[in-house]
Design a binder for this molecule. Structure first.
Ligand code: HEC
Length: 175
C-alpha cells in the first residue's frame, strides 16, 4: 500500500467519526422540552391533547364499566374525596375548597347536562381533563375511574331520593 493511501484512509475514518459524533448529540438540537410550549402558546395552558391522542402508558382498550357493587361505590367515594372534592365539593355541587380560594368553579354534577351525560363522558373527563381541568390519568387508575364514576352517579341519584328509597331497616340511621 502506498503511504499516502494510509493517510487518506485514516483521514476519512477520522472525518466519519467526527460526523457520527455530531449526529449523536441529539440532545443539542431544536426541540421542545416536556411541558415547554411554543412561544406565544403560553395562554393555552394546560394543553388539551388533540382528539384520539392517548398517553404512552394508556391502555388502547380501556376496561369496560364494571358492575356496581357496594365495594366499588366505597372505593369511588374514597377516590372522589381525595382527587375530585377539592374542586367539585364533597357532594359534587362545584363548591370545593380550591374553588372557594379562587379556582374557576366547575359545573354542578346536578346540572341537567351532566345528569343526562353518559357515564363514559365522566370517565373520559378524568382521563383527558376538560377545559381548565387537567387530566387525572396519572393519578387515578382506569379501574378507579369507573369507581369514581359510579360514585358520582350515586351522588346524582341521591338528589331525588326520598326516605322511601331507604331500606326500612336502615331508616333509623337517618334520625
Ligand atoms: C383543580 C380543580 C379540579 C379538580 C381537582 C377536579 N376537577 Fe373536574 N372540573 C374542574 C373545572 C374548573 C371544570 C370546568 C372546566 C371547564 O369548563 O373549563 C371541571 C369539569 C368537570 C366535569 C364536567 C365536564 C363537562 O362536561 O362539563 C366533570 C365530569 C369533572 N370535572 C369530573 C371530575 C372528576 C371525576 C374529578 C376527580 C377525578 C375532577 N373533576 C377533579 C376542576 C376540577
Amino acid at each position: 500500500m502506498k503511504p499516502w493511501r494510509g493517510t487518506a484512509i485514516a483521514g476519512l475514518a477520522g472525518a466519519a467519526a467526527l460526523g457520527l459524533a455530531a449526529c449523536d448529540n441529539m440532545a443539542n438540537q431544536p426541540k421542545l422540552n416536556p411541558y415547554e410550549l411554543p412561544y406565544g402558546a403560553q395562554t393555552n395552558w394546560p394543553v388539551t391533547p388533540p382528539p384520539h391522542v392517548v398517553a404512552r402508558d394508556e391502555p388502547l382498550h380501556p376496561p369496560p364499566a364494571p358492575p356496581v357493587t357496594m365495594a366499588l361505590l366505597q372505593r369511588g367515594r374514597q377516590r372522589f374525596d381525595i382527587y375530585c372534592s377539592p374542586c367539585h365539593g364533597r357532594f359534587g355541587d362545584g363548591n370545593g375548597m380550591i374553588v372557594q380560594r379562587g379556582f374557576p368553579r366547575p359545573p354542578s354534577y346536578y346540572s341537567d347536562a351532566l345528569r343526562n351525560a353518559p357515564s363514559q363522558h365522566f370517565y373520559d373527563v378524568i382521563t383527558h381533563g376538560y377545559g381548565v381541568m387537567y387530566s387525572y390519568a396519572g393519578r387515578v387508575e382506569p379501574a378507579d375511574r369507573w369507581a369514581i364514576v359510579a360514585y358520582i352517579r350515586a351522588l346524582q341519584a341521591s338528589a331525588d331520593a326520598t326516605v322511601a328509597d331507604v331500606p326500612p331497616n336502615q331508616r333509623s340511621a337517618l334520625q
